[in-house]
Design a protein. Structure first.
Length: 266
């Protein structure tokens, strides 16, 4: 009898765990079904649209190379938007990341305001920032640079703050015990340890921003995305194919170069 009670006590948590798992699974399935309905997913629409898509692909070949020089210039503009925007974002993120890291935040009083600011910058996409700045400074790549810079500042500072928080505490504690100022602790004990990781994160953000900047032209923020939108509006699918191929080559080259640099750093 005692053995049976012991077995019952062991089985009870297992049965409760199974019931909880099934309940969570059903709730998750219900939410997913709701999201499918809200997002308008329709297999029939996809099947009906495939012949139209095939027709567009047929009309896109061969690619139109008549404006290749202009398109390459626009692609270079996209890389410039991403590069300058990332550098401006890094300048903003550099002081913020130390306030947003627990082990370097000045007395802790700036930690939460800095985190709230980073969440606000990260929560608004560069596409939305670019749209706002188009209204403020007009059409062109400058609006794209500002949009990329603000979103990048939030994302970069958060990732840098996490890298700083994960630094080995030993060198920092030794520097503090030696009587070094906060500035010297950060400069001579912290930065040499985390600088490779910070640089790697910066390169990753630059790589990401090159991809993201390809669509900023849709809101008038310059770059190759603007040519892509114009070509789609004119149903010039042979030109669309050329632009897509340029984007693929550009993004692949940037990704390869950035990955090579990151391997050298780590």
């Amino acid at each position: 009898m005692t053995e049976k009670r012991a077995n019952d006590r062991v089985k009870a948590p297992l049965q409760w765990g199974r019931l909880r798992f099934i309940a969570l699974l059903l709730i998750g399935a219900a939410f997913y079904a709701f999201f499918l309905n809200v997002s308008g997913v329709s297999v029939s629409k996809l099947v009906d649209g495939l012949p139209r898509l095939a027709n567009w692909l047929a009309r896109a070949w061969p690619p139109d190379l008549s404006d290749l020089n202009d398109l390459l210039l626009r692609a270079a503009e996209t890389v410039a938007i991403a590069t300058v925007g990332t550098s401006f974002g890094a300048m903003i993120a550099a002081p913020l990341c130390f306030f947003a890291a627990r082990n370097t935040s000045a007395g802790g009083w700036m930690y939460y305001p800095a985190r709230w600011l980073l969440n606000a910058l990260r929560g608004i996409d560069s596409f939305v920032f670019a749209l706002i700045f188009v209204a403020a400074v007009g059409l062109g790549p400058f609006a794209g640079v500002l949009g990329v810079a603000l979103h990048t500042a939030g994302s970069l500072a958060k990732l840098w703050a996490e890298a700083i928080e994960s630094a080995e505490p030993g060198p920092l504690e030794a520097a503090v015990m030696s009587g070094a100022s906060r500035f010297k602790v950060i400069t001579y004990a912290l930065l040499p340890d985390v600088l490779p990781a910070l640089t790697s994160i910066l390169l990753y953000m630059w790589e990401f921003n090159v991809r993201a900047s390809t669509v900023l032209g849709i809101v008038g923020a310059g770059g190759v995305g603007q040519e892509l939108k114009n070509s789609i509006d004119l149903l010039a699918f042979d030109r669309v194919l050329t632009i897509i191929l340029i984007i693929l080559v550009m993004v692949t080259s940037i990704d390869t170069f950035s990955a090579w640099l990151r391997r050298r750093l780590l």
